[in-house]
Design a protein around this ligand. Structure first.
Ligand SMILES: [Zn+2]
Length: 105
């Protein structure tokens, strides 16, 4: 999933995807090619380089992201009884949108 996929395909609605939760600043959607049976990505609409460089002014964005993640986790746990929440940092972050992955196998 490249750096421009989220803006160019997901947030622009050019690509048909299954959206799970949408708020003013956050989008959660099922991955098109999931690795796990439950595989949802939670992204901010704005570019956020890394959890390591979040500025204090973004606390509301962090809380909104956590709130959406909690909703996604609630659905995943209800369906599967368990799940994982993963956030990549540094060179492992493969997108301009700091994101969380919710998965269960
Ligand atoms: Zn983008």
């Amino acid at each position: 999933m490249g750096a421009h996929f989220h803006c160019g395909e997901v947030l622009s609605r050019r690509r048909r995807i299954q959206r799970v939760v949408e708020t003013g600043h956050i989008q959660a959607f099922h991955l098109i090619h999931p690795y796990w049976p439950e595989h949802t990505r939670v992204i901010p609409r704005q570019h956020t380089a890394s959890l390591l460089v979040l500025i204090p002014d973004n606390n509301s964005l962090v809380l909104e992201g956590l709130s959406v993640t909690r909703m996604v986790v609630g659905k995943a746990a209800a369906n599967n009884g368990e799940c994982h929440v993963l956030t990549n940092l540094g060179h492992h972050q493969d997108s301009r949108h700091l994101h969380r992955l919710v998965s269960s196998d």
